[in-house]
Design a protein around this ligand. Sequence first.
Ligand code: FCA
Length: 329
Amino acid sequence: MKLPFAPLARLTSALLFTAVTALAAPAIKIGFLVKAPEEPWFQLEWKFADQAAKELGFTLVKIGATDGEKVLSAIDNLAAGGAQGLIICTPDTTLGPGIVAKARSAGLKLLAVDDQFIGANKQPMTKVHYLGISAGKIGEDVGKTLAAEMKKRGWTPADTAVCAATFDELATAKARTDGAIAALKAAGFPENRIFKAPQRTADIPGSFDATNVLLTQQPNVKHWLVCANNDNGVLGAVRALEGRGFTAATAVGVGINGTDCITELEKAKPTPFFGSMLLSAKSHGYETAKMMFHWIKDGKEPALDTRTVGVLITRENFRQVLKEQGVRD
Ligand code: FCA
């Protein structure tokens, strides 16, 4: 059949095609909300998420939200701005049910990162997609490292004690310090020489204050082994120990994150901060963003629960490992 006005028909169908594709695939916009935007760990998550946005071609909206009110208004703003997905490390895990409800009514796909939501029944919300660390296992590796360093130095249990700066309100934090304590006990460290220093806030001042209380209560300990929820927890404890005259020769601390202790490891003179379990900021930033992108674009649902691992960095190897992981140039 001979088509009259063929060029016009072609033009119309081209226009139609553009309109249909525009309708079928609106620009993808993803929010990435973190609880502590000033911490290097979260800045790195964002950096890697940005990398995914650039490579895959979507808009990333980075939001720092330090309390529940900010989280809820951020979700409203994201929805109003046409976002289709939210990746979140919430400042308060018990907000979980509220965040789920709000995201659902705003039509946002939801992926919790780092800190798993806690439901009204106080249990983890396992139906909400989550990517976090193998907290117990990584904590155990901290404990094993501390036990090995103690042995290397020839310290005896009689003049050594463990300071665990804890933040038990957060499940992943509790699992980490519980893991470290369990590994120390398994290595033969006496339970009555293991002391918890509960932090009021999960930051350096929080662990500095908590550790100072413990050090006042235990003035006769010669050597300290230190573990905590993350690098900041160990850093605060180390600052408190230094205030009482402890040095790298008399105290050993091992952190978690590996991203918030770089300046510490770069110091010319070693401090009691011995090393850290480096987590994969790339998995937590780049991979989560990629998962969310494909979920929105192709309907490919991510795994419900993904756990990442950690590797020990010390003054010996941190430059090399950070370079390999793309954390440092
Ligand atoms: C929690 C901690 C962070 C980081 C993350 C993986 O959110 O607060 O420092 O360790 O888990």
